[in-house]
Design a protein around this ligand. Structure first.
Ligand SMILES: CC(=O)[C@@H](O)[C@H](O)COP(=O)(O)O
Length: 256
């Protein structure tokens, strides 16, 4: 898939938070085959020593960094954080999060569109973390976003796809826009479902970081994303309400 002109082989994007150890994070990233890892600026700048060590670890993995504005609750805060991220990580990419509700971490659609418009005008390549709302998606595209990241479910919930109908509708409305499911994925089967719906990729963090065996889970997600995509491309049959025999029933068996 192509994101802002960058060709990626893997359709799995991985978060870098909540792993039991930095070594486990590194092993999970390798096992996932991902080429894009999202990094929170707050974490990176949280403490000089941990920040430096963390940054070298990510750099040594040879992946593309997608800085994010996690923890921002207003457009202003997100824009400021994005500009700091661009200076630190030297990339125009930004995963834009503007949180509107503390319980669900639901994006603030108004603040998101406002921040996206300002950042796109400033030359950023914005990956907005949004809901499955069609109108908000359209506004984000008008603001200059060329990739959308609708949620599957609230961040860290592991619930999977809360609203498959809304996501299917979004996919149908924007067939040519790269759409990445971001957040709420809990199991490999959720990733398969997202990919079978025709989404271009999946971004997840908690499901791998909090798994009993994060490295094995990262590998499982890699296979799930590939299987889901292969299933989508192979054009699944339409479901039916009634049974249809899969073996021919014309004529009767001849019994002596
Ligand atoms: C790391 C990151 O960016 C998360 O905020 C992202 O949205 C993934 O969410 P999950 O942890 O639910 O996979």
């Amino acid at each position: 898939m192509q994101l802002y002109g960058i060709e990626l082989t893997s359709r799995l994007l991985l978060g870098s938070a909540r792993y039991p150890s930095p070594a486990m994070l590194a092993d999970a990233v390798r096992a996932s085959g991902t080429e894009v890892v999202t990094v929170s600026l707050r974490r990176e700048s949280g403490g000089q020593r941990s920040g430096q060590g963390f940054w070298s670890l990510i750099r040594d993995l040879g992946v593309r960094v997608l800085p994010n504005t996690a923890g921002c609750h207003s457009a202003k805060e997100a824009v400021t954080t994005a500009r700091m991220a661009r200076d630190i990580f030297q990339t125009p990419w930004i995963k834009l999060e503007v949180i509107g509700d503390a319980d669900t971490l639901q994006p603030d659609a108004f603040g998101l569109v406002e921040a996206a418009a300002e950042l796109c005008a400033d030359g950023f390549q914005v990956f907005p973390y949004t809901t499955d709302d069609l109108v908000v998606a359209d506004r984000l595209l008008q603001a200059g976003c060329r990739v959308l990241m609708p949620w599957g479910a609230p961040i860290g919930s592991g619930r999977g796809l809360n609203n498959p109908f809304g996501l299917r509708t979004l996919r149908a409305h924007f067939p040519d826009v790269p759409l990445i499911i971001d957040a709420g994925i809990g199991r490999p089967s959720h990733a398969v479902e997202a990919m079978e719906l025709g989404f271009d990729g999946v971004l997840l963090n908690t499901a791998v970081a909090l798994a009993g065996d994060p490295v094995a889970m990262a590998a499982a997600f890699a296979r799930a994303v590939e299987a889901g995509r292969a299933g989508f491309e192979a054009q699944p049959m339409a479901p039916r309400d009634l049974a249809e025999p899969s073996t021919p029933v014309a004529g009767k068996a001849w019994l002596a």
